[in-house]
Ligand binder design. Structure first.
Ligand code: ZN
Length: 143
């Protein structure tokens, strides 16, 4: 199977299911993110307990890439420590900036590796990184 086709299927699947798109209560942090170049607008909520991301969810609206990316990110960080979540966020951002291209390392990103080729589409990069930057800001503020 062609990797590009596989990647678009994963993005499509997350965009259709959006299992993490809902209000989360209780939550210990909330952060709003906006991408004016596309109109993507999301609010992330997370329930952090003893340094672990117990649960997380998002609400809002935007293009397929921004929504799929938020959904993938939440699948990835749920149940992880805040420290590990921040490491994965930085790994994702490094992948998009092409600072990290080693597929063995990028496998840690699970489904989010499917957004790797977004770096070839500069107009969509801000859509892909919106949720990740928003969560990073929230986690770093909460420290
Ligand atoms: Zn967008």
């Amino acid at each position: 199977m062609d990797m590009n086709q596989l990647y678009s299927d994963i993005i499509l699947e997350h965009n259709q299911n959006q299992s993490n798109k809902h209000e989360l209560n209780p939550h210990t942090l909330q952060e709003h993110g906006h991408n004016p170049s596309c109109g993507d607008d999301i609010t992330l909520q997370a329930d952090i307990e003893n340094g672990i991301v117990k649960n997380a969810a998002y609400t809002g609206h935007g293009c397929a890439i921004s929504q799929a990316s938020a959904d993938m990110m939440i699948d990835l960080i749920k149940g992880k420590s805040v420290k590990e979540a921040l490491r994965l966020i930085d790994l994702f951002l490094a992948m998009i900036k092409r600072e990290e291209t080693d597929d063995d390392k990028l496998e840690d990103l699970e489904d989010a590796i499917s957004l790797k080729n977004i770096s070839n589409m500069p107009a969509r990069v801000k859509c892909a990184v919106l949720a990740w930057h928003t969560l990073k800001d929230a986690l770093e503020e909460g420290k």
